[in-house]
Design a protein around this ligand. Structure first.
Ligand code: ADP
Ligand code: MG
Length: 324
């Protein structure tokens, strides 16, 4: 059996199902369910790199840090990223280990703490827009801005928040390690939370940046740089829609790269949610990618069979072919 490579980007719903289920035990339970579906993919001949989000988890660490700041040092944002990559990677490794054992699959999973290079002149550093951490009063916000150099904004009448830059990912520092593990038969968990953003100085030394990289953009760059055969975006919807949430909503089985670009321009995909996923797919396909798929965890297998999900292809083909 010839094996193909899929980058599987798992969304927030694979870790936190709803606000009542946020504990580590709850997150593990959600991870177990998603890993069951990812194991199906592996059984059907795919080598897999798993990427994941970390927004709420970083929020929890920042909140703990905030509450204990009278006693303990605060955790910088790049360290929060590293902490969540380790903790979430551990959950996925454990879930996959148990799933593989049950099914008699001789595979191991390994997490790569991943740094992702961003341009220190990325325009987003001059215009930070990504809210992180807890809400603050105007007074505290002003203090932090002064003492810590934070950029703070008033968030739609709900209070003040810190905002950070969301630069574009340029290069995956641990790319070769990820590729090597994959080629050796490991399931790899990488670029968690979009990767830890790092910038390079004149000497080429790396420094962590207080920024957040979009996990779908980083997954796209990873898929491009390891020449993956498929970018599979697993999220909370079974398919992508046009006119999403409106009376004339249409679910899509398939779109071409050209369709995807047109729909993006026409504003069918919400900015902070489906928009970056479709943009990530467009970049992957424009940079040598083959196919992309959007669906939810429980439909991964059916979507690969061509029975559901939204397939994004380079051009032409009107029939969604089975990928397994
Ligand atoms: P993730 O954690 O997987 O990144 P997001 O919430 O960021 O999830 O993005 C997925 C969400 O995007 C879906 O659950 C859906 O509510 C929303 N969405 C926005 N526009 C669309 C669209 N055109 N078709 C389908 N879902 C959409
Ligand atoms: Mg998202």
């Amino acid at each position: 059996m010839t094996r193909s490579v899929a980058v599987v980007a798992i969304g927030g719903n694979s870790l936190i199902k709803d606000t009542k289920h946020q504990t580590v035990a709850d997150q593990y339970q959600a991870t177990v369910e998603t890993c069951h579906h990812i194991a199906d993919l592996i059984v059907h001949g795919w080598d897999v790199v798993i990427t994941h989000g970390n927004g709420p988890q970083v929020g929890f660490i920042l909140r703990r840090s905030e509450l204990s700041r009278h006693e303990l040092h605060e955790v910088p944002l790049d360290s929060c990223g590293a902490d969540t990559q380790g903790a979430i990677g551990y959950m996925i490794q454990k879930a996959l280990h148990n799933e593989f054992k049950r099914r008699g699959i001789a595979k191991q999973a390994a997490t790569v703490v991943t740094q992702v290079l961003v341009d220190r002149n990325d325009p987003s550093f001059a215009n930070p827009t990504k809210p992180i951490g807890s809400f603050m009063t105007q007074e505290i916000a002003a203090q932090r801005a002064q003492a810590e150099g934070w950029t703070v904004i008033e968030d739609a009448g709900r209070g003040w928040r810190r905002v950070v830059a969301s630069p574009l990912p340029q290069r995956i520092i641990e790319r070769d390690a990820i590729k090597c593990l994959l080629d050796s038969g490991f399931v790899v968990i990488a670029v968690g939370g979009g990767g830890i953003p790092v910038v390079e100085d004149e000497q080429g030394d790396l420094a962590g940046a207080a920024a957040v990289i979009d996990k779908d953009y980083a997954s796209s760059l990873l898929a491009t740089s390891i020449h993956a055969d498929l970018l599979l975006i697993s999220t909370a919807v079974e398919k992508v829609a046009l006119n999403y949430g409106k009376p004339d909503q249409v679910w899509l089985d398939r779109m071409t790269l050209a369709d995807a670009k047109r729909y993006l321009v026409e504003g069918h995909f919400a900015k902070g949610s489906m928009g970056p996923k479709i943009q990530a797919i467009v970049w992957y396909l424009e940079r040598g990618g083959k196919e992309a798929l959007v669906t939810n965890p429980e439909n991964i297998l059916r979507a690969l069979r061509g029975e559901t999900g939204t397939r994004v292809v380079l051009a032409g083909r009107t029939i969604v072919k089975a990928l397994i």
